[in-house]
Design a protein around this ligand. Structure first.
Ligand code: HEC
Ligand code: HEC
Length: 459
C-alpha cells in the first residue's frame, strides 16, 4: 500500500494560507460515495479513503480554500490556473472591463472624484474589497502621485482594481455556496438539499460530463460553454439564468464549476485504480491522473463544431429528406424514431426498458442514474437554444450523458445498397424536419397523453 500520499492534515496545512481561521468550522469536501462503493478494496479501507481525501485536497484545496496544485512545469512557464483572468482573450478581457465599469460605476465615480470615503463596499467581492482597503491604506494624500513603477497615478490604480476585477477561487467558492449549493451540493455532486425534488436533477459535475456545449466527441466544456450555460440557464429545468450577476462573477463561477468537475473526475479515476496491495500507486501516479484530467479539459477547443456556411433553406426536398432520415430504422436512416417516436413525442420503443431489479418497464437511465425521457419534439421547446445552429450541434454530437447519440458520420445504407456516412447536409435536413415537428398545431402536440413532460420538466 502506498504511504506516499500527503494526508488530509498535511494538505490542510499546505492550503491554510494566512487567512486561515481555526476557530471557524472547517469546510470539507464530501467523498463520492458511489465511486468508493464501486471498488471493494477502497470501500473496506477507511485509511485509504482518508488518503484519497488528502490527495484531492493537495490537488484542489478545500471548499474554503480551493486552488490547483501547480505542477513544476507550470511554475517554470509561469502559468497559474488559479489566476483565471490569465485564460481570457483580449476581447474577453475588454468585455469584462466594460461589465466591471458598469457593475462598479458608483465606486469608480467616487474614486475619480477623489472622494474615497464615498466608495461603498461592493456585494459579493470580498477579495476585491480587501485589496482595495490595502491599497488605500498605502495611498498618499495626493492620488495624482505616480503609482509605483507605472505610468499611471494612484487614482488610476485604484480605478483599475475595480475595472480589472476577476474573482479569486476562494471568493467564488463562497458565492457558489450562496447560489448553487442547495442544488449542486458543496462538492458538485448534484446532491444539494433541493436536488431530490427536482427532475431533471441538478448536474453532478464529478463525472466531467456536460450536456450543452458546442463540442463534439464528448469533449469537456470550454470556459465559454460554461459561461453560456450560466448566462442562459437551461430552459424548462430548474437551472436558472444568472445573467443578473456581473461578467466577473460568472467567469468566477465557470472557473469554480471547472475545478469541482476536475476534482470529481480525478476522484473517480483514483477510486477506480485503488488496489489493496498497491494503494493509489504513489504520488507519481496521483499526479499523472491529475495531469490526464487537466489535459482532457485543455484539449476541448479542438472539438468545436463549426459551420461556416449559410443555414440552408428548409425546402420541401430537405424536409422530405429529413423525414426519411428521422423515420428510417438503423442502417437505413438516422433512427430518431426509435426514441422520439413516429410523431416525435418521445414514445419510441428504445425510450423505455425493463428495470432488471423490479422487472417493470421504465424510461432508460442517463449517465447519472436518473430516468430520462426523449424530448417531445412536437412541442418545439428545446432546453438549450432553438437557433438552427443549436439544434445542429445537438443532433450532430448527441447530448452527452444521455442516450441521445452522435449522428455526424453515422453509417447508413441507401436504397440502392450503397453505404455512406451522414454529413453536414443530412444534419441540416434533420434540423429542419425537427423544427417542422414543433410547428404543428397545438392539438397534435397535446397528443402526449402520458403527462410525464409536465411533471418531468415543468419548473
Ligand atoms: C434550483 C436548482 C439549481 C440551482 C440553484 C443551480 N442549478 Fe445548475 N442545474 C440545475 C439543473 C436541474 C441542471 C440540469 C439540467 C438538465 O439536465 O437539463 C443544472 C445544470 C447545470 C450545469 C450543467 C450544464 C450542462 O451542460 O450539462 C452547470 C454547469 C450548472 N448547472 C451550474 C450552476 C451554477 C454555477 C449554479 C450557481 C451559480 C447553479 N447551476 C445553480 C439546477 C440548479
Ligand atoms: C437512443 C435514444 C435517442 C435517439 C436515437 C435520438 N434521441 Fe434525441 N433525445 C433523446 C433524449 C433522451 C433526449 C433528452 C436529453 C435530455 O433531456 O437532456 C433527446 C433530446 C433531443 C432534442 C432536444 C434538444 C434540446 O435542446 O432540448 C432534439 C432536438 C433531439 N433529441 C433530436 C433527435 C434527432 C433529430 C435524432 C435522430 C437524428 C435523435 N434525437 C435521436 C434520445 C434519443
Amino acid at each position: 500500500m502506498s504511504r506516499n500520499l500527503v494526508t488530509a492534515g498535511v494538505a490542510a496545512a499546505l492550503f491554510a494560507g494566512c487567512s486561515f481561521e481555526p476557530e471557524q468550522p472547517v469546510l470539507e469536501h464530501e467523498p463520492n460515495a458511489k465511486a468508493i462503493a464501486e471498488n471493494v478494496d477502497l470501500a473496506n479501507s477507511p485509511t485509504a479513503q482518508d488518503q484519497l481525501a488528502g490527495a484531492l485536497e493537495m490537488l484542489f484545496g478545500t471548499p474554503e480554500h480551493p486552488g490547483y496544485m501547480r505542477l513544476e512545469s507550470w511554475i517554470e512557464e509561469e502559468y497559474d490556473p488559479n489566476q483565471g483572468s490569465w485564460n481570457l482573450s483580449d476581447e474577453e478581457f475588454d468585455a469584462l472591463k466594460a461589465s466591471n465599469r458598469a457593475a462598479f460605476a458608483k465606486q469608480i465615480a467616487a474614486i475619480e472624484a477623489g472622494d474615497l470615503d464615498a466608495v461603498a463596499r461592493p456585494r459579493y467581492a470580498p477579495d476585491l474589497w480587501r485589496r482595495y482597503e490595502a491599497l488605500v491604506a498605502e495611498a498618499p494624500d495626493d492620488l495624482n502621485a505616480t503609482y509605483a513603477d507605472t505610468e499611471g497615478t494612484w487614482r488610476d490604480e485604484l480605478v483599475y482594481l475595480f475595472e480589472g476585477y476577476y474573482p479569486s477561487l476562494t471568493a467564488t467558492a463562497e458565492f457558489y455556496r450562496q447560489q448553487c449549493n442547495h442544488c449542486h451540493g458543496p462538492s458538485g455532486g448534484g446532491d444539494g438539499s433541493t436536488a431530490p425534488y427536482l427532475n431533471p436533477r441538478p448536474r453532478d459535475y464529478r463525472p466531467g460530463i456536460f450536456k450543452f456545449t458546442a463540442l463534439a466527441n464528448k469533449a469537456r466544456p470550454r470556459h465559454g460553454d460554461l459561461m453560456r450555460i450560466l448566462e442562459e440557464g437551461i430552459y424548462m429545468t430548474a437551472m436558472p439564468s444568472f445573467r443578473r450577476f456581473s461578467d466577473a462573477q460568472l467567469h468566477g463561477l465557470a472557473d469554480y464549476v471547472e475545478l469541482l468537475a476536475k476534482r470529481g473526475e480525478t476522484e473517480i479515476l483514483l477510486a477506480l485504480d485503488y488496489a489493496a496491495d498497491e494503494g493509489f500507486g504513489g504520488l507519481e501516479k496521483v499526479q499523472e491522473t491529475y495531469e490526464f484530467v487537466l489535459d482532457r479539459w485543455e484539449k476541448a477547443a479542438d472539438n468545436v463544431i463549426v459551420y461556416d456556411g449559410e443555414v440552408p433553406a428548409a425546402t420541401p426536398e430537405r424536409l422530405a429528406a429529413g423525414q426519411r432520415l428521422f423515420l428510417g430504422a438503423e442502417g437505413e436512416g438516422a433512427n430518431c424514431v426509435s426514441c422520439h417516436g413516429p410523431t416525435g413525442i418521445g414514445d419510441g420503443p428504445s425510450a423505455r426498458e425493463v428495470d432488471p431489479e423490479t422487472g417493470l418497464e421504465r424510461y432508460v437511465k442517463d449517465e447519472w442514474g436518473n430516468e430520462i425521457r426523449p424530448r417531445n419534439l412536437a412541442r418545439g421547446i428545446y432546453r438549450f437554444g432553438r437557433r438552427p445552429i443549436d439544434l445542429y450541434r445537438r443532433i450532430y454530437a448527441g447530448i452527452n450523458g444521455t442516450p441521445m447519440p452522435e449522428h455526424f458520420g453515422m453509417q447508413i445504407i441507401e436504397a440502392d445498397g450503397s453505404k455512406r456516412a451522414l454529413d453536414e447536409d443530412d444534419i441540416w435536413n434533420l434540423v429542419h424536419y425537427v423544427r417542422s415537428l414543433g410547428e404543428r398545431p397545438l392539438e397534435v402536440a397535446r397528443h402526449d397523453t402520458s403527462g410525464n413532460e409536465e411533471h418531468a420538466e415543468g419548473h
